[in-house]
Design a protein. Structure first.
Length: 241
């Protein structure tokens, strides 16, 4: 039977890792069963239980909510940074005129375009390639919860979340500009030739221009994905300082 202090440390670590797994990128997705998250949290809590050794029962009860908030904050910080990719993918799909191809995404629990799901899949692979889960979990395992809460982590979360739209627009900026140029072109064409059926050629034009722009700007798109994935990895580190 575990001593009371070690058992308390395990419970605190389990609360921290469990809360983190609810909000962190990839592991928090609906495709990951809750049992798997619980088993992961229990297994990961064992080696880090020593950093959260509890004293008396009253100390355990007072620290448990703090550990939950701390884990949720670190997980949400990474997930919020990754949300910029989803926003960018959604904007790209709208610019390409793929609104008709939208469908219910069980992971996001809302209507989602194929470009959004594809962009997030690429960002997730980039996140894993940069050892995102390992690096964010190392912060989770070593950072003291009290230091972070004392420095008002809500300010850090606000700073991270307000970058979502900026990051999404940076991904979709070439398509937004190309869409504006294509719209202006079609406007002048319809003005010069009123008999032209604009709607019959607009979708094909947008698709052709959009695909060409995506091919030409692919290196910049990949660089933006890497930057956002790196921000998702660094977000817990900034929040825990």
């Amino acid at each position: 039977m575990l001593p009371e202090a070690e058992l308390g440390g395990f419970l605190l670590s389990f609360a921290r890792v469990g809360a983190w797994s609810v909000a962190a990128p990839l592991i928090s997705e609906n495709v990951v069963p809750r049992r798997v998250r619980a088993m992961f949290a229990a297994g990961a809590a064992l080696p880090i239980a020593g950093i959260a050794t509890a004293g008396e029962t009253g100390d355990l009860l007072s620290r448990l909510p703090i550990e939950v908030v701390f884990g949720l904050g670190l997980g949400f910080a990474s997930r919020a940074a990754m949300a910029a990719v989803e926003a960018g993918g959604q904007i790209i799909g709208m610019q390409l005129g793929l609104g008709f191809a939208g469908g219910f995404d069980p992971m996001a629990r809302e209507e989602s375009l194929p470009t959004r799901r594809l962009a997030f899949a690429l960002a997730a692979l980039t996140f894993l390639e940069l050892h995102g889960l390992e690096r964010t979990f190392s912060v989770l395992a070593t950072a003291p919860a009290y230091a972070s809460l004392a420095h008002a982590p809500l300010e850090g979360l606000v700073e991270i979340t307000h970058q979502v739209l900026v990051g999404g627009l940076s991904l979709a900026a070439p398509l937004v500009v190309a869409g504006l140029v294509a719209n202006l072109t079609m406007a002048f064409a319809s003005r010069a030739a009123p008999s032209l059926n604009v709607f019959s050629v607009m979708l094909a034009l947008f698709m052709a221009v959009g695909l060409l722009v995506l091919v030409l700007t692919a290196p910049g798109f990949v660089g933006s994905l890497q930057r956002i994935a790196e921000e998702a990895i660094q977000a817990p580190e900034l929040l825990s300082r």
